[in-house]
Design a protein around this ligand. Structure first.
Ligand SMILES: [Zn+2]
Length: 310
C-alpha cells in the first residue's frame, strides 16, 4: 500500500463507530497473527541494541524507510541504518513472498519454478537464493568432536553465474577438465563442515582442517599423506586412523571409517545433478543448502528466516 493510500485509510478510521472499530481491531489481530515474516522482523527490531557500523549502543529512532521499516541513528558515528542493515535480507523487497520462497528452497525448486510461482523475475529469484544461502553457509560448524571423518572430493570448475571470466583459470593438466577440490569433514553427531579449496595441497587442507580438530578426537581419513602430516603438526594429540590397505569394508575396529562421509558425498552429488552445473563461486552455498535441508531441525522456513537475520 502506498503512503498516500495508507494515510487516507488512517483518516477514514476516524469516521468508524465503536462497533466497527472493534470489528476492525479483531480483523487486524487476525492478520497480525498470520503475518509470520512481520513477527520475525518485529522480534529482530526489538533485539536491535547496537549500531551495525561502529557497534556503539547509543541509538535514537530516526523516522522510517520508504518500505516503512524503522530507521535508527547512531549517536556515536552519526550514521543511520534500518532494521535490516547488516543482515542478509538488507534491501530485499516483497517480504510477503519470502516464506513462500524459502519453501521453494526447502523443496530444492528450480529458479524458474520459484520465479513463476511467486511472480518474481529470474534475477530476483537468483539473488534471493544466494542471499538466503549466505547464513547457512556462514554458520557451518567451527569444530568437530569424537570420531571425525575427513576427505576431499572434486567437482568440475565452472564460471556459471559469474559476470566475468577470471583472467587465469586453474591449470589444465593432461587435457583433463580442471577440477575444484572440496574438503568435507563431519563428526558422528551430525555436524558437517566444508571448504572449497583453491588447490589440493597439504597447506590448503591444513588451513581448513586444523581449526576443526579437537583434543581427544579420532580423525579417520584415507591414505593421503597430507592428513598424517597435519595430525603431526597439531599442538595437541589426537588419534588418526588411516583407512588403507584394509579389507573391502575399510573399517577399523568396526567403528573407524569414512563411510558416513562417503555416503553424505554421494547424496549431495546426486542432489546437485538437478542444477546442471553450479558456478564454483557459489559451490559452498550449495553444500550448505544441502546440509541445512538434511538437518530436520532446520527444515522449517521460519528457522531459515531467523538465520538470515543473524
Ligand atoms: Zn555507529
Amino acid at each position: 500500500m502506498s503512503k498516500v493510500t495508507f494515510t487516507v485509510f488512517q483518516q477514514s478510521i476516524e469516521d468508524l463507530s465503536y462497533i466497527e472499530l472493534k470489528r476492525l481491531n479483531h480483523q487486524i489481530d487476525v492478520q497480525l497473527s498470520k503475518n509470520e515474516v512481520g513477527q520475525v522482523l518485529a522480534k529482530h527490531e526489538n533485539d536491535i541494541s547496537k549500531c551495525p557500523h561502529c557497534g556503539n549502543c547509543t541509538l535514537s529512532r530516526w523516522g522510517s524507510t520508504n518500505q516503512g521499516k524503522q530507521r535508527y541513528r547512531c549517536k556515536n558515528c552519526s550514521k543511520t541504518f534500518s532494521t535490516l542493515t547488516g543482515t542478509n535480507l538488507f534491501r530485499m523487497k516483497k517480504p510477503d513472498k519470502w516464506l513462500k520462497y524459502i519453501e521453494c528452497l526447502c523443496l530444492s525448486s528450480s529458479l524458474r519454478y520459484a520465479a513463476n510461482l511467486l511472480n518474481i523475475n529470474l534475477k530476483t529469484a537468483f539473488r534471493w537464493r544466494h542471499r538466503l544461502l549466505k547464513s547457512p553457509c556462514a554458520h557451518k560448524p567451527t569444530e568437530l568432536v569424537g570420531i571425525i571423518e575427513a576427505d576431499e572430493t572434486f567437482v568440475p570448475e565452472s564460471f556459471k553465474g559469474s559476470k566475468k571470466m577470471p583472467r587465469e583459470s586453474r591449470k589444465r593438466g593432461g587435457g583433463n577438465p580442471p577440477k575444484v577440490p572440496i574438503l568435507l569433514a563431519l563428526d558422528r553427531n551430525g555436524a558437517v563442515s566444508h571448504y572449497v579449496l583453491n588447490q589440493d595441497t597439504k597447506e590448503e587442507l591444513s588451513l581448513a582442517l586444523k581449526p576443526l580438530l579437537t583434543p581427544d578426537s579420532v580423525l579417520c581419513t584415507d591414505g593421503n599423506l597430507s592428513y598424517k602430516s597435519i595430525v603431526q603438526e597439531l599442538d595437541f594429540s589426537i588419534d588418526h586412523k588411516r583407512l588403507i590397505g584394509l579389507d573391502k569394508q575399510k573399517v577399523i575396529d568396526k567403528i573407524y571409517h569414512i563411510q558416513t562421509l562417503n555416503n553424505f558425498m554421494m547424496r549431495w552429488k546426486t542432489w546437485m545433478k538437478r542444477f546442471f552445473g553450479v558456478g564454483t563461486g557459489y559451490m559452498e552455498h550449495y553444500i550448505a543448502w544441502f546440509i541445512f535441508m538434511e538437518n530436520k531441525e532446520s527444515y522449517k522456513n521460519k528457522v531459515w528466516l531467523n538465520e538470515a537475520l543473524e
